[in-house]
Ligand binder design. Sequence first.
Ligand SMILES: Cc1cc2ncn([C@H]3O[C@H](COP(=O)(O)O)[C@@H](O)[C@H]3O)c2cc1C
Ligand SMILES: O=C(O)c1cccnc1
Length: 339
Amino acid sequence: MIDEETVWAHLDGLAKPRRSLGRLEALAVRLAIIQQRIDIAVRPRRMLLFAGDHGVVAQGVSAWPSAVTGLMVETIAAGRATSNALAAAHGCDLRLVDMGCAAPPPADPPSFYRAVRIADGTDDLSSGPAMTVEAFERAWAVGAEEARAAADAGCSLLIAGEMGIGNTTPAACLTALLAGAAIEEAVGRGAGADDAALDLKRRIVGEAVAAARPLLVGDPLGAIARVGGLEIAAMAGFFAEGAARGRTLLLDGYVATAAALIAERLRPGTARAMIAAHRSAEPGHRAALAALELEPLLEWDMRLGEGTGALVALPLLDSAAALLKDVARLSDLGVARED
Ligand SMILES: Cc1cc2ncn([C@H]3O[C@H](COP(=O)(O)O)[C@@H](O)[C@H]3O)c2cc1C
Ligand SMILES: O=C(O)c1cccnc1
């Protein structure tokens, strides 16, 4: 059993003034505790991008039409989205799973694309459940299967990203429901909602959460399925299974963290395997991370999703791994440690 004291003692013995690498050292400690080893592994790493459509978009909660989900799936499949560029820049394998988009699949999909398509997106959560519990469980199982495949492929670090126009609405519902955030805090502008869309989104999220909340204790799956998303359920299963397989989970933004809240609720302890890469500009992300007791590495006002906030943090994890593995000890120099 490696405890924090052991890792700090290792770091304090390296050829540098004590604690001189600031929060990089705290990150190294967190990684070593999660992985239960000093020589932590942050490669190979894989990001699963889960995509899905959202019936609630018909109400006008997003600045964008649902068709953009399918267009972005095509763009990711063609290797030309922000997530592709950043994954390539930081040596991260990327896979794309279509959990349920209304648009037809890409004509000539690459090998990293998989279509599951549980439904043509979710139902409109402003007028009833977004999905059945059975659909939630199927989506969760797909995510879990992808985590097992990544673990079997030797990946030590797992990232989940998402693409789904409208998905900051279910993320806001889940953050209010599972992290106790106030509706005003949980609802943000997502991909650029204007004032009118923001007001509408607040009303819809408030009503959906009021409908789901009474179910939470007796029927947690029913409550979560009431306001969830297919790609969000898949990310939740991915996180739960990844943690169960001893992998490190690097969290992206608001939508991925909503999935992390589900995973922690249904599989308590999952959050112990998580590192929060950044705090999104979505205001509710603060409450979601606090509920999981996670401190974000970066606050860069990012609000894209697609796993991009996790990808930009990868060099910090690489730095922590190099620090633990490649630095000489003060004792090697024949210098006494100064405390
Ligand atoms: C071109 C484009 C690419 C994106 N990539 C991720 N998102 C992000 O924005 C969407 C959520 O915001 P909302 O709930 O306001 O619709 C999701 O698709 C999320 O992945 C995108 C959004 C757009 C428009
Ligand atoms: O932080 C996120 O995950 C996010 C924010 C805005 C839009 N889509 C995703």
